[in-house]
Design a protein around this ligand. Structure first.
Ligand code: SF4
Length: 389
């Protein structure tokens, strides 16, 4: 059997997600400060190639799996956020790290690279709505709530990689650890060896799915802390009894998949394997056949037998690339509608060309630099993750 990739429908909502519109309530309104080449410029690919060649070993371009193909073609390495940060750290000779991803990833790269290296994000509006759901002031207020309830001392903060440097710094200052979707279970095991409960930031779904499906906790062991409600919307007793205090944050892309999406694809494609990311809602992950990080999803499809059918619940750019790279398998998007990460999509070829040409001209555009104190504490939490058994 061979598959023909079917593009999900391009709905009005999808146009917004594609980045043709903007939603000022959820995205940072930061305009690119430079003269962008028009997207219609037929020489964009050639211009990017020339600029990259002129920079040679001085530049290292990182491309996250969710980036557009037009950008990925110029990446020296592709990967998830953690792999890319490590790749950046392994290239101390590269003067410039051009990070085709989102803001928190560029921050992590800056924290893990040397002071001599400069990290560039081609579009400063490429934020992450999940990371934006946990601001430092909110998390510090929550810690005070926990302190007043008498539980802060026995609580270990754990933050997902998808959080700002400020939040990683907070976690480092308070004896916690960073985790990824690949090592969340190990991070939680480490945390529970040191405390009675965990404050998990900022993705409620990764925290809940890991605690319940991999650590053996009950759903009742988890409470949801809402930073927009007094006291997080929880009583002191609820905080004391909880094992997992989950921050009310989520990924706007993975949060779109529903149980209906799973049931519908099973009806439509008998024998289909449903493969989803742990940032999906608990009922979706529970109904799926397999769950794992972006790297896990890629490896699973690579190892799958020819003729097998897969409905994948993660970002669309990656699913489309997997489908086109594995025509011997039937690969489809789990949802019927388009589901791009709109902020990831902000990094397009005009922004990449602009950033590379600025570097050739001796100017460093859109540098992401974390202040030294925050970077030091965030590094503590990141190093703790690297030391996880
Ligand atoms: S896919 Fe979700 S978690 Fe990843 S950058 Fe986009 S909004 Fe953030």
């Amino acid at each position: 059997m061979t598959s023909t990739w079917v593009e999900p429908s391009d709905t009005a909502t999808a146009l917004l997600l594609l980045g043709r519109g903007s939603d000022p309530a959820t995205e940072r309104g930061v305009e690119c400060p430079g003269e962008l080449p028009p997207p219609s410029d037929p020489d964009l690919v050639a211009r990017a190639a020339v600029a990259k060649a002129k920079l040679g070993q001085r530049v290292f371009v990182l491309g996250h799996h969710y980036q557009r193909d037009e950008v990925i073609q110029f990446a020296d390495v592709t990967g998830d956020s953690f792999k890319l940060a490590r790749e950046a750290a392994a290239r101390p000779d590269a003067e410039y790290i051009v990070f085709c991803g989102v803001h928190f990833m560029a921050e992590s790269a800056d924290i893990l690279t040397t002071d001599a290296q400069q990290v560039v994000l081609p579009d400063l509006a490429a934020g992450c709505s999940m990371a934006d759901m946990a601001a430092l002031s909110q998390v510090e207020a929550a810690w005070e709530v926990l302190t007043d309830a008498g539980v802060a001392e026995m609580t270990v903060p754990v933050t997902y990689m998808n959080s700002s440097a400020d939040i990683k710094g907070f976690v480092g200052r308070n004896g916690g650890v960073v985790c990824t979707s690949s090592n969340a279970k190990r991070a939680l095991t480490w945390a529970f060896e040191r405390g009675q409960r965990v404050l998990f930031l900022p993705d409620q779904h990764l925290g809940r799915n890991t605690a319940v499906l991999e650590m053996g906790f009950d759903l009742d062991d988890c409470v949801l802390y809402d930073p927009h409600k007094p006291g997080g919307g929880l009583t002191a007793q609820q905080l004391r009894e909880a094992k997992m205090i989950l921050w009310r944050g989520h990924c706007s892309v993975h949060g779109r998949f529903t149980l209906d999406s799973v049931n519908e694809v099973r009806m439509r494609v008998p024998g289909v394997n449903v493969l989803v990311h742990p940032e999906c809602r608990h009922e979706v992950v529970t109904a799926a056949d397999r769950v794992g990080s972006t790297e896990y999803i890629i490896k699973t499809i690579e190892a799958a037998p020819a003729g097998s059918a897969w409905a994948i619940g993660t970002e669309l750019n990656l699913v489309r690339r997997l489908a086109l790279a594995h025509p011997d398998k039937e690969i489809m998007f789990l949802d019927r509608a388009v589901c791009y990460c709109s902020t990831m999509n902000r990094i397009d070829l005009p922004h990449l060309v602009w950033a590379l040409e600025e570097l050739v001209a001796g100017r460093v555009p859109n540098q992401i630099a974390v202040d030294p104190s925050t970077a030091r504490h965030a590094r503590t939490a990141l190093d703790q993750m690297l030391a996880l058994p």
